[in-house]
Unconditional design. Structure first.
Length: 355
């Protein structure tokens, strides 16, 4: 894979990134280490994690994934120098009291303290890409649909305050570049505007959901990012597993779904956007299209992301080495123009049920 640049930063990464939110919950530490080693062997140089992981989030596994990373680095001298490592500071607690004791804020001091904690858990001196996991502002995210201005909280940290903290980390050599996640067009514009006005670090990336059943990014955020020179890191390209076809066989995302699948295993996941009946129905339409053209659903869903101009790097999440190889092997798959037209026709009919 030819390396690509992230935004206006000097980071050079593979266009496929290993996501790790399953490490420490669905995936044991030993298996996580095997996946990390295989990913490096296959040439992937970009790995993403977060202080909030594992997922589904809970107090018992908060920050566990970063610790698994750090232990792997310790066991594999030299591996850290071959990788671009991204992690994220959790936003306001939003019903997770183990995050900063339930604080509704993410202050500059919070960001600095969280970064120091991540550095220790990762057992590294620098984080290549440090991201704000979700906005401090009360905006639609994780499947919610509407912005409600009455829920604004003027007491929380401003974007300027957050950027000043990130500047402190960059100037100290603890962070190389910064990014956002689960952001809106306004948020991206404002982070860039404030950075340019006050000579503060400029965001290089935004990590947002993007897949066949969740393409809202194409309704304006893609133009924002293109014109501002900010790169998209696409997460959930397989729609939380719906776009692999495994739920087509079982016929449900409920108790009869594959036993180890996240939606079957964790009730909290079934209540999110991926558990909507409309999301499953849409995924089945796309999966059938893939088979019509001699592709596996996984191949088509990943190729869709891998080849879209909007996407700089696609984050793949796996629970085994076999899944990792399957996802990487899909790189280089091209989708015929006729198939792409049919994909867009399905979207025109059913829109984006997993937004």
């Amino acid at each position: 894979m030819k390396l690509v640049s992230l935004g206006q930063s000097d980071l050079q990464v593979t266009p496929v990134c290993l996501g790790t939110m399953t490490f420490g919950e669905q995936v044991s530490e030993a298996d996580s280490h095997a996946i990390l080693s295989r990913s490096l062997e296959r040439g992937i140089n970009f790995i993403d994690t977060a202080e909030m992981y594992s997922v589904p989030p809970k107090a018992e596994t908060f920050q566990v994934t970063e610790k698994i990373f750090g232990n792997w680095f310790e066991k594999n001298p030299g591996a850290r120098d071959k990788l671009v490592v991204a992690t994220k500071v959790a936003g306001p607690s939003r019903g997770m009291p183990w995050i900063r004791n339930g604080s509704p804020d993410l202050s500059g001091a919070d960001i600095i303290a969280a970064c120091e904690g991540s550095l220790k858990r990762l057992k590294t001196d620098v984080i290549d890409l440090y991201q704000l996991h979700w906005p401090t502002r009360n905006v639609p995210m994780f499947g919610s649909l509407y912005f409600d201005p009455t829920k604004d909280n003027p007491a929380v940290a401003s974007i300027h305050d957050q950027l000043q903290a990130l500047q402190t980390l960059v100037q100290a050599g603890k962070v190389r570049a910064i990014g956002l996640s689960n952001e809106t067009p306004y948020g991206v514009h404002e982070f860039v505007r404030v950075a340019e006005q006050y000579n503060l670090p400029r965001i290089a990336t935004v990590q947002n959901v993007y897949c066949l059943i969740s393409r809202a990014l194409e309704n304006g955020l893609d133009e924002t990012m293109h014109r501002l020179g900010v790169s998209l890191l696409a997460y959930s390209p397989l729609g939380f597993g719906l776009l692999t076809g495994k739920y087509d066989v079982s016929g449900t995302t409920g108790p009869d779904a594959p036993a180890q699948a996240r939606i079957a295993k964790y009730e909290s996941m079934r209540k999110q956007r991926w558990g909507r009946p409309e999301s499953l129905a849409a995924a089945r339409r796309y999966n059938a299209l893939a088979k019509e053209y001699g592709l596996t659903p996984t191949q088509m869903a990943l190729a869709f992301c891998y080849t879209k101009w909007q996407v700089r790097s696609t984050i793949i999440g796996v629970t085994s080495v076999a899944q990792l190889d399957e996802d990487i092997n899909a790189w280089g798959t091209t989708l015929p123009a006729e198939l792409l037209q049919k994909i867009d026709a399905v979207r025109w009919e059913i829109r984006d049920p997993a937004n």
